[in-house]
Every structure is written in structure tokens, then in C-alpha cells.
Write a protein that binds this ligand. Structure first.
Ligand SMILES: *Cc1c(COP(=O)(O)O)cnc(C)c1O
Length: 404
């Protein structure tokens, strides 16, 4: 068998479509967010990152990095085992308390990533509750889709952000089947936010549990960073809130929060929780420091919002279309994978602007885009530089000046 040829054929097909992925080889500069040293030859040695999910730069905040160093010195590098066998550390337990408090829940359960938390929690809920049906928003993240698939539970897909369609689909199900409504607050590619209250009301009407992914909202929305569910006063009506420690909190890890029994259930049955080494204690402590800090400080959130508004206004003045949405995510639609890649390459090479082209399968074909995430730390000069660069490219590439 010529395995090399089998690999290459499929990789060539990706290249042909313009969907072959290249990673920028960068070195983040602590204390200089959003700058990074660039290790690729065909671009400036220093670039400005415009697509980080470390939305507030907390990954470099001294409160977080000092805490991580402190706990490396006190506990060492690794956890030393799974949570069950010698791996549970006081820092994990403290972090779980912090998370339960963040969302006003009885319990929380920590995972090695947000992906794993969705995969493990949904596969356990769907797999262990007999006759369960999972109702999944059609734009849910891959980690939820994989968890649902792995659960082997019946899956019903409802129209994106459409409570009426959800209502109709729930109505069609047997009254006594356990129903789980899985959705997100902020959808990361379009930056739209769900009609949470309407969805919760529909779920309540049908006695369904709600499973909410707040990955792109925790740390950013709500007076204490508890996400959109906190901002809208709905957290107590959501059965399970899932989040990440790797985006706005700037570290790594994932979690679920909910009732004590729900967390105990997942803790006791989820393979993706049980059979893997716990996060390093220093990581847990750093994440806890980040959460605690953002519960108190609103300055980062406000500065981020200002920069988001500034970039949007600048794009409008330059006539560069971007998807309107109420979030911190600014998608500039290119709608062609090759053009999208080309514009990103030129931004990097000629302007030292790093924005990753977002192509299929992350987004549907024909909706390729550049996705900008302004942070509190981008300066006015950074924003002007980006807008000037895009204006030049926009003219050169003769891209239609409207969103179709
Ligand atoms: C990134 C992401 C996750 C996974 O979180 P990680 O901590 O990065 O594994 C889950 N859900 C959504 C919507 C995401 O965008």
C-alpha cells in the first residue's frame, strides 16, 4: 500500500480548493500584546496579531503569569495523575469553586480543554439518559457535534437562533423523552448572539434541559465576566453552562457548571474526564487568578469594546463591509478561499498584520472571511494601519464593496 500517495492525493485536493491550512510560526512577546515575533521568512520580523482569542490579553497579565510561576515553584510542573488517581490538587478544587461562583451554580467540573468539556459532557448526557434527544443549533461548534455523535442519542438540528423552529421540533418529540437543547451564546464566526431568553422559555415550556456554550463570552460579557447568561440575568435558568479557560481567560482548560448532581453525574461517567491526566496545578491556579481578576475589573472589557467600535467605524468610513453583530467579533467577508488566503498573505508580508484566513470547514464554502478581534491593547495607530492596509487591498483586488 502506498500510504504516502494516499495522504498526498487528499492534501493536493485541499491545495486545489485553496483550503490547505498553513500556520503562522509566531512567538508571542509577553508584555507587548498584541505584538509577536515572526519566524517565517516572507514577512516582517515583528507582526501585530489581529485574530487572537486571548481577547483581553490576559495570557500576559502579571496577575496570571505571576500566579502560574508561584504555583510551579510550590507544586511543580504536572498534576501527577488523573483526577481519580492522585491527580486532584487543591488548585483544581479551588478553581472549580471559582467557576461555580462565576455562574451562580452549585458545582463545576474542570476538563483539559473546552473541546473536551463539550465532547465529554454531551456524550455522557446523551449516552446515559435513556431515550434522550439532543436538539442542536445548526451552527454549533464541532466539539458539541462530536459529543452528540459519540453519545449515539437521537439528534435533532434546529434552525440557527430560531426559537420557533426549536419549539416546533420539541413539540414533535415524545413528551416523556429527556430533551437537551444545546446552543451557544456568542457564535464565533459570525459574532451573532442567541436570543437566549426566548430559547430558555421554549425549553422550559417543554421541560427540556438547556446546555449553553459560553466559550466566546466568558470573561467578556456580564458585570463579572459570567457571559451573556449573566448579562441578561438568565444564568439561573440554564441547566448547564460550559466555558473555556483558553480564550478570554488567556490560559487553557474547559469546564461545565450546573447543579451538584449534574456535575457529579458527568464526573462519575465521562470517559473524557476520567481517563486523562489532570491539568497542571499552576495552570489551574493561573486560570483562577484570571477569572477572579475579571470578576472585579471591568476596564479591560470597556477598552475592548471601545476598540471594537473604533475598528467598525473605521471600516465603515473606508467602505469595507463587515458583518453587523452585537459582539466583539468583526468578520470581513471575502467569500472566496483563494482571495481570502491571498489578502491575508499580503497583509502579513507587506503590512505586518496577522489575520488568519477563515476557510472551509470552519465556515461554509463561499463565506470565507477575515475575522478581526480587537483587544484592549491595540492602539489607535494599529487600527489606522489596519484600515489603511485594507483600503489599499480592497481597491487592488477589486472586491465588491457590498455584502451580498
Ligand atoms: C474554541 C471553542 C471551543 C473549545 O474550547 P477550547 O478550550 O479551545 O478547546 C468550544 N466551543 C466553541 C464555540 C469554541 O469556539
Amino acid at each position: 500500500m502506498d500510504f504516502e500517495a494516499l495522504f498526498e492525493t487528499q492534501l493536493d485536493a485541499l491545495r486545489q480548493e485553496g483550503n490547505y491550512r498553513r500556520f503562522a510560526n509566531l512567538e508571542r512577546q509577553c508584555g507587548r500584546f498584541p505584538r509577536a515575533r515572526n519566524h517565517d521568512d516572507d514577512a516582517p520580523a515583528e507582526v501585530t496579531v489581529w485574530c487572537s482569542n486571548d481577547y483581553l490579553g490576559m495570557g500576559q497579565h502579571p496577575v496570571v503569569t505571576e500566579r502560574m510561576k508561584e504555583v510551579i515553584d510550590s507544586c511543580g510542573a504536572g498534576a501527577g495523575g488523573t483526577r481519580n488517581i492522585s491527580g486532584t490538587n487543591a488548585h483544581h478544587v479551588a478553581l472549580e469553586r471559582e467557576l461555580a461562583d462565576l455562574h451562580g451554580k452549585e458545582g463545576a467540573l474542570l476538563f483539559t480543554s473546552g473541546y473536551v468539556s463539550n465532547w465529554a459532557a454531551l456524550s455522557t448526557l446523551g449516552g446515559r439518559l435513556s431515550d434522550a434527544v439532543i436538539l442542536s443549533d445548526e451552527l454549533n461548534h464541532a466539539s458539541m457535534i462530536e459529543g452528540i455523535r459519540h453519545s449515539r442519542a437521537k439528534k435533532v438540528i434546529w434552525k440557527h437562533n430560531d426559537p420557533e423552529d426549536l419549539d416546533a421540533k420539541l413539540s414533535a418529540l415524545p413528551a416523556n423523552a429527556p430533551k437537551i437543547v444545546a446552543f451557544e451564546s456568542v457564535y464565533s464566526m459570525d459574532g451573532d448572539i442567541c436570543p437566549m431568553e426566548e430559547i430558555v422559555e421554549v425549553a422550559e415550556k417543554h421541560g427540556a434541559m438547556t446546555y449553553l456554550d459560553e466559550v466566546h463570552a466568558v470573561g467578556l460579557y456580564g458585570p463579572r465576566g459570567g457571559g451573556v447568561s449573566e448579562e441578561r440575568g438568565l444564568a439561573h435558568r440554564i441547566t448547564l453552562i460550559e466555558g473555556t479557560l483558553g480564550k478570554a481567560y488567556g490560559v487553557v482548560g474547559g469546564y461545565i457548571t450546573g447543579s451538584a448532581a449534574l456535575c457529579d453525574f458527568v464526573r462519575s461517567f465521562a470517559s473524557g474526564f476520567i481517563f486523562t491526566t489532570a491539568l497542571p496545578p499552576a495552570v489551574a491556579a493561573a486560570a483562577q487568578a484570571s477569572i477572579a481578576y475579571l470578576k472585579e475589573s471591568d476596564a479591560e472589557r470597556q477598552a475592548q469594546r471601545q476598540n471594537v467600535a473604533r475598528l467598525r467605524a473605521g471600516l465603515d468610513r473606508a467602505g469595507i463591509p463587515h458583518l453587523p453583530n452585537p459582539s466583539h467579533i468583526i468578520p470581513v467577508m471575502i467569500k472566496d478561499p483563494v482571495k481570502c488566503r491571498m489578502i491575508a498573505d499580503i497583509l502579513m508580508r507587506d503590512y505586518g498584520i496577522y489575520v488568519q484566513p477563515i476557510n472551509y470547514p470552519t465556515v461554509p464554502k463561499g463565506t470565507e472571511r477575515l475575522r478581526f478581534t480587537p483587544s484592549p491593547w491595540h492602539t489607535d495607530a494599529d487600527i489606522d494601519h489596519l484600515i489603511n492596509a485594507l483600503t489599499v487591498l480592497w481597491k487592488q483586488c477589486a472586491i465588491a464593496h457590498e455584502v451580498a
